[in-house]
Design a protein around this ligand. Structure first.
Ligand code: SF4
Ligand code: SF4
Length: 212
């Protein structure tokens, strides 16, 4: 029925308004900022970069592929790729972002960067108290400000972060199994190879003729 959704929404509002006089559960507003409601798991505001372990640089998952930079609709991501490489979570040498900036005054929280990232390296944060009176760079977040630990990711999106961990662990196990199989095959090939022929003996020096 046309307008059914609007009527349902109005009914819910009316129920909360009347119910708030008798039930605390129906009181859907709080006295912010003294009171705060914990954000629900699906909350998303602006992106952040995930790193594993203790070291924000060594554990940074981003490999600087720049897909998110290309796909971001308002073009608010800026990346500079490294010339050298560092190992990723499976030990494969990968580039990393020497510079990774997001202008969150332009970001529209669409989450496209998260959807296109093949490395589970960028996720949506839930922070919202970011207002600043610095109009010139105050909302331009650099790699250091954007980097947050996997533990933090687990605190804000526990279900999603657990799924991501399981996926990465599965990929890592596959890579390790492949490397082990390759090493075993190489060892078997070396064992099956025929022994090398003995090295030829050096020719004995010819006796020199005596005095006649
Ligand atoms: S959330 Fe959207 S607008 Fe913001 S950085 Fe990601 S792709 Fe760009
Ligand atoms: S965040 Fe993801 S998509 Fe963006 S550059 Fe890093 S690895 Fe690539």
């Amino acid at each position: 029925m046309l307008g059914e959704g609007i009527l349902k929404g109005l009914a819910e509002t009316a129920k909360n308004f009347a119910g708030s006089y008798v039930s605390k559960e129906r009181l859907t507003t709080v006295q912010y900022p003294e009171e705060r409601v914990a954000p629900i798991e699906a909350t998303r505001n602006f992106p952040f970069l995930v790193y594993d372990g203790e070291d924000a640089f060594a554990g940074l998952r981003c490999v600087s592929c720049q897909i998110c930079e290309k796909e971001c609709p308002p073009k608010c991501i800026y990346i500079e790729k490294s010339k050298d490489k560092k190992p990723d979570y499976v030990g494969k040498p990968q580039n990393y972002p020497v510079r990774f900036d997001i202008d969150i005054s332009v970001c529209m929280s669409c989450q496209i960067c998260v959807e296109v990232c093949p490395f589970e390296a960028i996720k949506m944060d839930t922070v919202f108290e970011l207002a600043t009176d610095d109009r010139f760079g105050g909302l331009l977040l650099d790699r250091e400000k954007l980097s947050k630990s996997n533990e933090y990711y687990h605190t804000i999106h526990p279900t999603e972060a657990t799924e991501v961990d399981a996926r990465l662990a599965e990929e890592k196990a596959k890579v390790e199994a492949k490397a082990k199989a390759a090493a075993e095959a190489a060892a078997a090939k070396a064992a099956a190879a025929p022994p090398a022929p003995p090295a030829a003996k050096p020719e004995a020096p010819k006796p020199t003729g005596g005095a006649e």
